[in-house]
Design a protein around this ligand. Structure first.
Ligand code: FUC
Length: 739
């Protein structure tokens, strides 16, 4: 049963606006935080379930006689920093892709082979999102078996514990298979596979097998166990990658680190290790709760794959929507933690050495979308890896940019992007400006001036310098981006809307950042002047928002990219309140893109969901969630492009946040796009720009009350519909608001 603790808590507070204690966190009413299946995974992509601790991830199959943990480490990449810009600059051929681009690699698999017995029954495998623990249970020959797996961030290892309610029931062997054919050395109760990629990157994985009862012996590169009561399997892996160009992206051999991590775990520590893992995960995961309705208990009890099917056939399942929301948050926590690399196209889950699109950091929508949820969904620190990587790339990009564009200041890069900050394929000229938006948003949400000074502003400023030098003046004095591109749609030409809007956004954010820091007044004045002169949005002949300067948009075009709607989301140049004609035109354009053909991709639905939410169209936004579930979710509930692509899983969370709270227009707008499908519900822990944390309860489509916690004591304006309230909330305090 869901408990509406927010209601009870708010009922005690009578005045319209009152100071109160901290809002309740993680409302108890979330029954459904588990994905579960009645059979083992047959297929890696569709069925296996993801665990991760930031740098390391694995897919768990849950096989009874043969368990497989297919694992990855974020930095295991072929390729190098490649300087494709150099080549492209010489040949003037932007589409040249250097062999140095490389691919994200599969590290390997650990197999736990168990000797058979009678026919197993009561099989279940599940992933608890709120504990980040995968559990397999089944009964065989009257004995109940339990297998728990988790990927610990504090300990830096993957741990699997196998137990049974009868003694001596585990016999079999452990096989470590390196995806690059490095031999496995077995000694005592340890396995080690050590190798190097063709670019010289050194890597190593190690396994420890800790047994209670029975015995363990090394044999033919495997570990054989016999009649053990329980087993604890520990897997550690790493590479010699270092995020530092000056050191050639190369650090120490990982052997000592991997050994230390694996050795640090002893069988006795298991409960402690699990407890520390759950506490660490929950410190992030439990910040936000969401309740958008109740699912019929019979439907809620279905295994996840069958439940998705039922939803596709039309049975409403609000708890599944909540799970989709929390799954996106779960996946970000699992694939992007301070100190790790950012989440790539597949997070840290990849079973191929030549994955689609290199499994890269794709800079023309995908890597950005991966991080749209981070700030509003209260996982701001999970975005830090993005800043680390793109900052580390600045020296590379400055050189490549000069080779390609001549003696310009600042930098930008190409579309395809690897861990050495090598880039390839088309020059994504607007790429650095778009990434700069993330550097700004982290400040906008956290109000962390120290971060802005040291990390955010320097990146934004250099991205600006490139555009200051590169913008082209039309005879009438207006400014256009030359040779731009509406990603993967249309030719290279001047004044493409996508580019114009992103430069506008970059200038606006940098102006605000320089004010916040009290620096660079001359540059600020220049940017203000240039921003005003940028060619702005235009409404075309069928009422659409023009994608290009020329009015040639095709109303039948179903292209997946909605690049010219950047100004609505994630930008803030167009809004129904400030620029109603453009907002209307944006809706016409979006409607025309339709929802068939190319519109059905992992990331198209989330982007459109967020745009509809910004346009105040809750039902249309909710329809985009339906679209993702209908066409682009795998049975394990991960988004698929195809193939499996995390942007959809992450992006839909951002879209839902925009439906509930918006804060891009100088105020906190409550329930700006509440759909009819969510008549009553509550949310807590969402973040808003200006340094606030927001909780809302609504009933029959109307706001009941909201809580606003101030993190920094900034002035705060809260809006519901057209009504507003000004609040003064001391740092760390919470106010309740009703309208
Ligand atoms: C962009 C998109 C594709 C795909 C790829 C990884 O190029 O246009 O649809 O998502 O990135």
């Amino acid at each position: 049963m869901k408990t509406r603790s927010l209601t009870l808590w708010l009922a005690a507070l009578l005045p319209c606006v009152a100071a109160a204690a901290d809002p309740p966190r993680a409302v108890a009413g979330q029954p459904d935080q588990k994905l579960w299946f009645a059979q083992a995974a047959g297929n890696w992509e569709a069925h296996a379930l993801p665990l991760g601790n930031g740098p390391m991830g694995c897919m768990v199959f849950g096989g009874i006689d043969k368990e497989q943990l297919q694992f990855n480490v974020d930095s295991l990449w072929t390729g190098n920093e490649n300087m494709v810009g150099k080549e492209a600059g010489k040949s003037k051929d932007d589409s040249y892709l250097a062999p140095g681009m490389g691919f994200y690699q599969n590290f390997g698999s650990l197999f736990i082979e168990l000797n058979g017995g009678g026919t197993p029954s009561d099989y279940r495998r599940q992933l608890e999102l709120d504990r980040a623990v995968h559990t397999v249970t089944y009964t065989r020959d009257g004995v109940r078996f339990t297998r728990e797996t988790f990927c610990s961030h504090p300990a830096g290892v993957i741990v699997m514990r196998l137990t049974a309610d009868g003694p001596g029931r585990h016999s079999g062997r452990l096989v470590l298979e390196d995806a690059h054919k490095a031999p496995t050395v077995a000694r005592d109760a340890k396995l080690t596979a050590s190798g190097a990629l063709d670019n010289g990157m050194q890597y190593e994985s190690q396994v420890r097998l800790l047994n209670r009862g029975g015995k363990v012996a090394a044999r033919d590169g495997t570990l054989v166990f016999e009649n053990c009561d329980s087993l604890t399997v520990v897997l550690a892996a790493d590479t010699d990658y270092l995020m530092d160009r000056a050191k050639g992206w190369k650090g120490e051999h990982p052997h000592a680190r991997v050994t230390a991590r694996a050795d640090a775990v002893s069988d006795r520590d298991y409960d402690q290790l699990l407890k520390a893992h759950v506490a660490d995960h929950q410190s992030l995961f439990k910040r936000v709760s969401l309740d958008v309705g109740r699912t019929d208990p019979e439907q809620a009890a279905l295994p996840t794959d069958r439940r998705i099917e039922a939803r596709r056939k039309g049975s409403a399942d609000p708890d599944l929507t909540e799970m989709l929301f929390q799954y996106g948050r779960y996946l970000l926590i699992a694939s992007s933690r301070p100190g790790s690399l950012p989440a790539n196209l597949q997070g840290v889950w990849n079973n191929s050495n030549t994955p689609e699109w290199h499994c890269d950091y794709h800079t023309n929508i995908n890597v950005q979308m991966n991080y749209w949820l981070a700030e509003p969904a209260n996982l701001g620190e999970c975005q830090l890896p993005l800043f680390d990587l793109f900052t580390a790339g600045i020296p590379v990009h400055r050189e490549a940019t000069r080779i390609r564009f001549g003696d310009v200041p600042g930098f930008t890069f190409q579309t395809v992007y690897n861990v050495f900050c090598g880039t390839g394929w088309e020059w994504n000229m607007i790429g650095s400006a778009w990434i700069a938006q993330h550097f700004w948003e982290h400040y906008a949400f956290t109000q962390d001036l120290g971060y802005l000074r040291k990390t955010g502003y320097p990146f934004m400023k250099q991205a600006c310098q490139f555009w200051e030098a590169r913008l082209k003046k039309l005879p009438d004095g207006r400014l256009v981006v030359p040779e731009g591109w509406s990603p993967e749609h249309g030719p290279r030409e001047d004044g493409v809307s996508h580019d114009q809007q992103i430069v506008w956004d970059l200038f606006r954010n940098t102006i605000e950042a320089s004010k916040a820091l009290g620096v660079d007044p001359e540059m600020r004045a220049r940017l203000t002047d240039m921003q005003e002169r940028l060619v702005g949005p235009r409404v075309g002949k069928w009422g659409q928002l023009q994608e290009w300067m020329a009015d040639r948009d095709d109303p039948k075009d179903d292209h997946r990219h909605t690049s010219h709607l950047f100004a609505v989301y994630p930008g803030r140049q167009i809004s129904p309140a400030e620029t109603p004609e453009f907002a209307k035109a944006a809706a016409v354009s979006l409607e025309a893109r339709g929802e068939t053909g190319d519109a059905r991709r992992s990331w198209t639905w989330p982007w459109r969901c967020a745009i509809w939410a910004r346009l105040g169209q809750g039902d249309k936004a909710a329809h985009m969630i339906d679209g993702l579930i209908q066409y682009n979710l795998l049975p394990n509930m991960i988004a698929t492009h195809p193939p499996l692509q995390l942007d959809g899983s992450f992006g839909i969370v951002a879209g839902m946040c925009e439906m509930l709270v918006q804060s891009h227009a100088g105020q906190i707008q409550l329930l700006p796009a509440l759909p009819a499908a969510w008549p009553s519900g509550s949310v807590s822990g969402l973040r808003a720009r200006g340094g606030f944390e927001v909780g809302i309860e609504w009933k029959d489509g109307r706001l009941v009350a909201a809580t606003v916690k101030s993190l920094t004591g900034n002035k705060c304006r809260v809006a519901y519909g057209k009504e507003t309230r000004e609040l003064e909330i001391a740092p760390g305090k919470t106010s309740v608001v009703r309208f």
